[in-house]
Write a protein that binds this ligand. Structure first.
Ligand SMILES: [Zn+2]
Length: 479
C-alpha cells in the first residue's frame, strides 16, 4: 500500500515536470526522443498521428529523415533539432516516401540535397488535386470536427484528439493557401543508394508497393537503426494510428511483389545489425518479428495465389482459401490487418498475377465519366470470356457503388448496383443495396421490389425487413 502511494506521488511529480518543460509548436505539444547520443526523433501532438522526424549528427553534418509535412512546423522543428544536437550544419534530407505528411516540409531543407526514390516526384505531383476543391474539403472536415467536438465531454481523450486535429488543420490550411511550392527530391535512385556521411552510412533500399510506390527503408548500421517510413507497424500506441493503420496493397499503387519480397528479404537478412526499427509516425512501433510476419504473409499469398492461378482456380476460390480469419489466424488481430485489408491485398495480387483489371474499378470510372450503355456492356460481357480482361467481385462492385452514394451521386450508384444485380442475381445483398439506392432516388415501388426480393432470398436479412417496415409505416405510404 505504502509502495503504491509512493509510486503515484512519483508519477505525479514526473507529470508535473513534463508539463513544466512542455513546449508548443503551432499550439501542439512538442516531443523530443533521444534515440542515442547523436540521434533524435521529434514530433508534435499527444493524440494525432503526426510524422516523426529523425535527425542524426554525422561527420559531414546533420542528416534529417522526413518532414512533418508543414513548412511552418518544420521550420520550428529544424530549430529544435539544431538545439538538441548542439549544431546547425544541416547536410541532407532523406524522404521515406511521396506522401504529403512526409514531403510537405521539404522547402525548409531546400538548402540541402533532398534524397528520395525516383518515383517520389511523380507521387507528389499526383497528390493534392484542385486547390479550391481541397480547400472546400478541408473546411467541411473542420466543420465536422467542430460539430463533433461540441458534443464531446470537455477533457475526454477524444476531445483532446479533435482539438489537436483542429490545430493541425489550421496550419494545414495556411500551407494550402500560401504559394509554397512542392519541393521534390534533388537526388534520386532506383534500387539502392549508399550515402557516406563520414562516420555514418545511410543505406537506402527501395521497398516499393503496399503503402506507396516510392517507399524506401533507411538503414544506419553505425546506429543500429532501420527507418521504415509508413510501410508497417505491429504495435499502435494510440487508437488512431493514421498512416500506419493498414497493411495492405492499396489500389492505385503499382505493385511488383517479387521485388518487394526480395527487398524486404535483403533488409531483414541484416537483422543482426538492427537494434531498433523506427516507423515514420510516432504512434506506431515495429519489431523484427512483426516485420518478418508481414513479409511472410505476403510471400504466402504471392506463392499460393500464383499456384492457384496456374491450376485454373477461380478468384472466388482464392478469396475463400485466403481469408484472414482462417488462413492467417495469428495475424487477424495484429495491427494493420483486417478482413477488408486482406481482401484488398488478395484482389491486388490476383490482378497482378492474372493481369486482369478490376471490373468494379473500370465500371466506376465509366459511369463517373457518363459513358453510355454500350461501354458498360463491353465490360460486363468479359465475365464469360475465355481470357477475361476483368475480374468481377460482388463486394467490390458494391463498394464502388456505395462510393457513388457517399458522393451523393445517386443516379450513378443505382446504375452500378443494377449491374451488380445482373451479375450476381443469386445474392440477397445486391438487391438490398439496390433497394437502398432506389429509395434515395425516390423510387419507392422500385425499392420495395428489391427489398422484397432480398428478403425472399435471405429471410434473415433484418436490414431489408426493417427497411420494408419503415416504408410501409411511413406517412403517405402507397405500397
Ligand atoms: Zn504515408
Amino acid at each position: 500500500m505504502k509502495r503504491t502511494s509512493w509510486l503515484v506521488v512519483a508519477c505525479a511529480a514526473l507529470l508535473v515536470a513534463a508539463g513544466a518543460a512542455a513546449e508548443d509548436v503551432a499550439g501542439l505539444p512538442l516531443h523530443v526522443q533521444k534515440l542515442d547520443p547523436t540521434a533524435v526523433r521529434v514530433w508534435i501532438g499527444d493524440h494525432i498521428s503526426s510524422t516523426a522526424t529523425v535527425a542524426i549528427a554525422t561527420g559531414k553534418g546533420i542528416v534529417v529523415v522526413d518532414t512533418l509535412g508543414n513548412p511552418r512546423i518544420d521550420a520550428q522543428l529544424r530549430k529544435v533539432i539544431a538545439r538538441e544536437l548542439g549544431r546547425s550544419d544541416f547536410a541532407m534530407l532523406i524522404i521515406t516516401h511521396e506522401h504529403g505528411d512526409h514531403t510537405g516540409g521539404n522547402a525548409v531543407y531546400a538548402d540541402c540535397p533532398i534524397v528520395g526514390h525516383e518515383l517520389v516526384a511523380a507521387g507528389m505531383a499526383a497528390q493534392g488535386g484542385d486547390r479550391e476543391e481541397v480547400l472546400a474539403w478541408h473546411d467541411r472536415r473542420v466543420g465536422e470536427i467542430k460539430a463533433e467536438l461540441a458534443k464531446e465531454p470537455a477533457g475526454s481523450p477524444k476531445a483532446a484528439r479533435m482539438k489537436e486535429e483542429l490545430a493541425l488543420d489550421r496550419v494545414g490550411r495556411e500551407a494550402l493557401t500560401s504559394d509554397a511550392k512542392k519541393v521534390p527530391p534533388t537526388k534520386t535512385f532506383a534500387d539502392r543508394l549508399t550515402l557516406d556521411m563520414g562516420d555514418t552510412t545511410f543505406e537506402l533500399t527501395y521497398i516499393g508497393g503496399m503503402h506507396s510506390a516510392s517507399d524506401i527503408a533507411v538503414l544506419v548500421p553505425e546506429h543500429g537503426l532501420l527507418l521504415t517510413g509508413d510501410t508497417m507497424a505491429d504495435r499502435w500506441l494510440t487508437d488512431t494510428p493514421g498512416c500506419l493503420a493498414s497493411f495492405m496493397a492499396r489500389g492505385g499503387v503499382q505493385h511488383d511483389f517479387p521485388l518487394w519480397l526480395d527487398n524486404w528479404g535483403r533488409l531483414l537478412a541484416r537483422k543482426d545489425q538492427i537494434k531498433r526499427l523506427v516507423p515514420g509516425h510516432w504512434n506506431g512501433e515495429l519489431s523484427i518479428q512483426g516485420a518478418e510476419a508481414r513479409v511472410s504473409y505476403v510471400r504466402t499469398l504471392w506463392d499460393g495465389i500464383s499456384e492457384a492461378v496456374a491450376a485454373g482456380k477461380s478468384m472466388d476460390e482464392v478469396m475463400v482459401a485466403y481469408r484472414l480469419e482462417t488462413r492467417f489466424p495469428e495475424l487477424a488481430k495484429s495491427p494493420g490487418f483486417s478482413e477488408r485489408n486482406n481482401f484488398m491485398t488478395v484482389s491486388e495480387l490476383w490482378s497482378v498475377i492474372t493481369k486482369q483489371e478490376s471490373a468494379a474499378g473500370k465500371l466506376y470510372e465509366l459511369i463517373a465519366q457518363g459513358a453510355g450503355e454500350e461501354a458498360i456492356r463491353q465490360v460486363v460481357a468479359e465475365r464469360g470470356a475465355k481470357q477475361p480482361k476483368y475480374y468481377f467481385l460482388e463486394v467490390e462492385l458494391n463498394a464502388q457503388a456505395y462510393r457513388f452514394l457517399q458522393e451523393e451521386k445517386v443516379k450513378e450508384a443505382t446504375a452500378l448496383f443494377r449491374v451488380n444485380v445482373e451479375l450476381f442475381p443469386a445474392s440477397w445483398n445486391v438487391y438490398d443495396s439496390l433497394g437502398e439506392a432506389l429509395l434515395k432516388a425516390g423510387d419507392v415501388p422500385g425499392a420495395v421490389g428489391m427489398y422484397e426480393k432480398s428478403v425472399e432470398l435471405n429471410p434473415n436479412n433484418q436490414n431489408g425487413k426493417d427497411a420494408l417496415a419503415r416504408i410501409r409505416t411511413a406517412p403517405h405510404a402507397t405500397t
